[in-house]
Write a protein that binds this ligand. Sequence first.
Ligand code: IVH
Length: 692
Amino acid sequence: MSGKPGAVPAQDLTPLEASAELESLSRDIAEHDAAYYQDDAPKISDAEYDALRQRLNEIEAAFPELVKADSPSQRVGAAPAQGFRKVSHAVPMLSLGNAFDDADVGEFLGRVRRFLGLDEDETVEIVCEPKIDGLSVSLRYENGVFVQGATRGDGTTGEDITENLKTLNDIPMTLSGAPDVLEVRGEVYMTKQDFARLNRDQKEAAQKIFANPRNAAAGSLRQKDPAVTAARPLSMFAYAWGEVSDPVADTHWGFLERLRGWGFPTNPLAEMHDRVDGCLAFYRKVEEQRAGLDYDIDGMVYKVNRLDWQDRLGQVSRAPRWAVAHKFPAEKAETVLREITIQVGRTGTLTPVANLEPVTVGGVVVSRATLHNRDEIARKDAREGDTVIIQRAGDVIPQVVSVVLEKRPTNSEAFVFPDTCPECGSHAEREDGEVATRCTGGLVCPAQRVERLKHFVSRGAFDIEGLGAKHIEAFSSEGLIKTPADIFRLRNQTEEISTREGWGEQSANNLFAAIEERRGIPLDRFIYALGIRQVGQATARLLARQYGSLQGWRDHMDAAQDRESEAYGELVNIDGIGPSVADDLLGFIAEDHNREVLDDLQVLLTVGDFEAPDTSSSPVAGKTVVFTGSLETLSRAEAKNRAEGLGAKVAGSVSKKTDYVVVGADAGSKAKKAQELGVTTLSEQEWLALIG
Ligand code: IVH
């Protein structure tokens, strides 16, 4: 098994590099775990996630002394979400090690044989079961009665979803002839058909649309109201056990038979093989059937059949030694690329989009896929009329993977990436070192204009009730608004608006009232609303805090156009803003049409000065602080947050203007510079004492 291609092999890292990479991998994995387990909204594909975990495992294997108690390798999944009672699993719910290719499967079987010390002529029966892409649950029966059902959670502690699980037809409420205590484990899932139907209903009812059957199952299972779960079509396959008061079988195959006897569905495709070739042939057979199955599977699980051997094999770091998951590659499909179109984003990025002959991939109909950028099209030589392979991994946008050259029409022509913006005709250029090609038209470009207007009224920005993306598109195409300021002049067009189809005087007045309400806006929201590249909500807040007022901000930005100026130094010295963000900010401010927009808005709006938190009693209000070295009791982000909450400014580097430098362990040049400049340095303890 190997990690990301192109990465430095784990064993070639220096301990310092290894430690830094482990830290960043742990952070990323924790974030993705939370997105997956708590929000049911994964941000990356399973394969990408597995690659992160794999890399972490490799580095930890090469540097065992760097394995931390809270490393993701020591946990399974994420902590339970709030709201449900917690259940601790009497027997932990394990995860599975991964095999990515045939060789990994061979190694797994080799390890099993070596561990058990088997002779060459001894056969090892392996049960091969499809790996269901759902949610694992544990069902507890006492004296044959279903008493508790729980999610996996982090493997040790899950959520109590007993009432919700009682609504599943696949789960028997009573068992006859079962041990006094029996925990049955399995996977709850939604069939592709049920998923499609549910989403259709959700859409009609203007309710949340689920990205895939797994998310739909997760969302349905974790309802506060069991009646909602009852109305959702959920299914289950049983495949494992937790706590049992008496042995239930001698083999896994025998256990599956007993499960069926009690009335649990088990996967009908499961087969037993006793050679690696047989396992692999079965894997390929199921992979071919995959798209046609009515439920999502993401691989094959191989399990040693004899339970006495399973016992002897035991587990390593939360995964059994007697089982492994052989993952399938992302689902692919073949279709025809009808046309390549170019989409223009808010910041002018030209993204090539493949418009496809609609095709089903993993239960979802796909008719568009991304071709990423100019280089990617050239690398794949994707042409209109080509037959292409597309791939949908997890919830990420479908992508074109490759071209089936044998099926290329004889008259096809290479795609010529435009040098001008398809929306406004402005020159499209590519900056050094960037992959993106951008339209230089700025607000002259209707596509950018509309995208920017949508951003301007979006949730974190002006958030005008009743003026969503759809209205912006319509009003723009009708010429009612061109620039953000036009929104605040819409009242002058009462006639045009109240006579639009579906509108009347009342709805027009409601809209005007909602707009009026936003004539006053805090500075940070205002800056964010401008849609400057790299200036998200957090950066906008930093700027508002630093410069206080709209005029103050503009004056400083004008002064900072001179990269030698003190104003520029101040800008790039804000912790969280560097030269790259500064470039985008200053580039935006320098453009005439942006200045006009700002002038216009400044007249129409009241932009509130940044309101510093009440820091009248704060000893560090208005002081500039630099943190350096590693702090013991606070993370860097916490330290920064606390300081800012007390009215201090946190800067990234030391200058004459710095009031305090807080020096943690292993501090380097910043501590030295503070001494040279005669800036007060404080230890972490002294800092904490100062701020109380
Ligand atoms: S056996 C001790 N069998 O995969 C081993 N797991 O990556 C327990 N899964 O948490 C798992 N289908 O949610 C097993 N046929 C199957 C499975 C299966 C899906 C899931 C399960 C588990 C995860 C491990």
